[in-house]
Design a protein around this ligand. Structure first.
Ligand SMILES: NC(=O)c1ccc[n+]([C@@H]2O[C@H](COP(=O)([O-])OP(=O)(O)OC[C@H]3O[C@@H](n4cnc5c(N)ncnc54)[C@H](O)[C@@H]3O)[C@@H](O)[C@H]2O)c1
Length: 266
């Protein structure tokens, strides 16, 4: 076996995605926006997918200020055929879009369960399915799935989200096995609680479900199991995504990069 000869020196090699196309779902806000800006800053042409048109326009303006290229693509990912088509021709795919509802199972609306599974599991499958032919054809591709600690651990009252994220872990591993001989890696990134709208929006629900005032939710519910007592920033998650897209990570596949402040060390 020959050693990979094209590896750059392991120190001081900035990510260069010049000439690459990256598709990021849920790019209008939070983690997806940070990923889109990080990949654009590395030179990628970013196809930014979200149902939030105004958020995408704001992202495109921010990317232009950085000298990056972001192409907004307004799309509701429950349209699975459109999702699969949108992924054709992309070199890097970041499956990030997500939503959350905090309710006990016996009160959890079945239609919301269905939507969560559609957006967070079935759409990633269709996007990967749409992206792989081009990646296989050129012998290079990167699939990064934004999972969560909840891809590895459950929390009460999050049945749909935990189910979707556990499924995404399996999809990511299967993609890694099938893609390896084609130069395609697939990994999950698993943050703890990130400072985004998704977390802001669940504070009231968490307070109700746990029977405590809203001002106690962050410390007593969200950060209860985190050894590092702060929320993680979207840009820190984007940096992990960038690492997985770089040449030093070509042997990293089928795994989960956990950024959880020590939560799963328990
Ligand atoms: N915030 C956290 O604490 C946290 C922790 C771990 C993992 N995550 C994961 O990170 C990802 C991003 O979350 P975030 O915190 O940035 O949330 P966010 O709410 O800030 O952003 C999610 C984006 O997804 C988009 N989206 C939702 N449904 C969509 C649909 N049907 N079609 C198109 N776009 C849709 C929203 O418009 C939004 O822009 C999610 O997969 C989430 O599960 C978040």
């Amino acid at each position: 076996m020959t050693a990979p000869s094209a590896l750059p020196a392991p120190h001081d090699t900035p990510l260069d995605l010049g000439g690459r196309t990256a598709l990021v779902t849920g790019a209008a806000g939070g983690i997806g926006r940070a990923c889109a800006l990080r990949l654009a800053a590395a030179g990628a042409k970013v196809r930014a997918v979200d149902r939030d048109a105004a958020g995408l326009e704001a992202l495109a303006a921010a990317a232009a200020d950085l000298g990056g290229a972001v192409e907004p693509h307004v799309l509701d990912l429950t349209d699975l055929d459109a999702a699969e088509s949108a992924a054709a021709g992309t070199d890097v795919l970041v499956n990030n879009a997500g939503l959350q509802l905090v309710r006990p199972i016996e009160e959890f609306p079945p239609d919301v369960f269905h939507t969560v599974l559609t957006v967070m599991l079935e759409a990633p499958f269709r996007l990967i399915r749409g992206a792989l032919p081009h990646m296989y054809g050129q012998g290079w591709g990167r699939v990064v799935n934004i999972s969560s600690v909840h891809g590895l651990r459950a929390s009460a009252y999050k049945s749909a989200y935990v189910t979707a994220k556990h499924g995404l872990e399996g999809l990511s591993k299967t993609t890694a096995l099938e893609g390896a001989s084609h130069g395609v890696t697939s990994n999950c990134v698993n943050p703890g609680y990130v400072r985004t709208a998704l977390v802001e929006k669940q504070i009231a629900d968490q307070a109700r479900a746990h029977g405590i005032p809203e001002e106690r939710v962050v410390a007593e519910v969200l950060l209860q199991d985190s050894a590092v007592k702060r929320l993680i920033e979207p840009e820190e998650v984007a940096q992990a995504v960038a690492y997985l897209c770089g040449p030093q990570a070509s042997f990293v596949t089928g795994t989960s990069l956990v950024l959880d402040g020590g939560w799963t060390a328990h």
